[in-house]
Design a protein around this ligand. Structure first.
Ligand SMILES: [Zn+2]
Length: 188
């Protein structure tokens, strides 16, 4: 049973529903206002795996829902944060062959063979830039359901898994998007 701290009763109900299939994943979910102050770029959730504690940034309640324009389905930022953290654990269950196949779908590499066909994510951050070492094929661009998915194969997996789980499939567009959805569905 997951405990909640600092949330309203309605917010707790929403989270209990999301977490029902993932019993025991979080021991405690805490709404933590300190995450909302002085952030360089917004960290919406912070997971302490050892304690099984998830801290949530109150900014989740000010963020717009994710919408799939093809079917009108929506996901709140709160749901997204819970599911994205769970997806990190699912990512860790993949074997070497599955990981290689995942990376291949978007052309992930740390050594891009050229600069024309590849991009990496640069997060502007009060004059300091956070630059990802991971490069993806430009043609994969429409398949990313959210900008942060461009940071690394793992973040992309967690985001894609979450959007597939919530059936917001229209967020992963194009041929590569279709192959990504297929990959995640086949993982079971
Ligand atoms: Zn993540």
């Amino acid at each position: 049973m997951t405990s909640f701290q600092n949330f309203t009763e309605d917010q707790e109900k929403v989270m209990a529903k999301v977490l029902k299939p993932f019993k025991g994943f979080f021991d405690l979910v805490i709404l933590d206002p300190t995450l909302a102050s002085g952030d360089k770029y917004k960290v919406f959730g912070k997971f302490n795996k050892k304690k099984k504690h998830l801290k949530i940034n109150p900014h989740v309640f000010a963020s717009p829902d994710f919408v799939d324009e093809t079917n009108g389905r929506r996901m709140t930022m709160l749901e997204y944060v819970l599911l994205h953290e769970i997806a990190h654990e699912i990512y860790k269950t993949m074997d070497g062959e599955e990981l290689a196949k995942w990376n291949e779908l978007s052309g992930w590499t740390m050594k891009p063979p050229n600069e024309t066909n590849y991009s990496n994510l640069i997060i502007p951050d009060d004059g300091v830039e956070k630059i990802s070492d991971w490069y993806f094929l430009n043609v994969a661009e429409p398949s990313f359901p959210r900008w942060y998915a461009k940071f690394s194969p793992e973040e992309q997996f967690c985001d894609c898994w979450t959007f597939v789980y919530k059936d917001l499939l229209g967020r992963m567009k194009g041929n590569i998007g279709a192959r990504i959805i297929n990959f995640i569905n086949e993982l079971g």
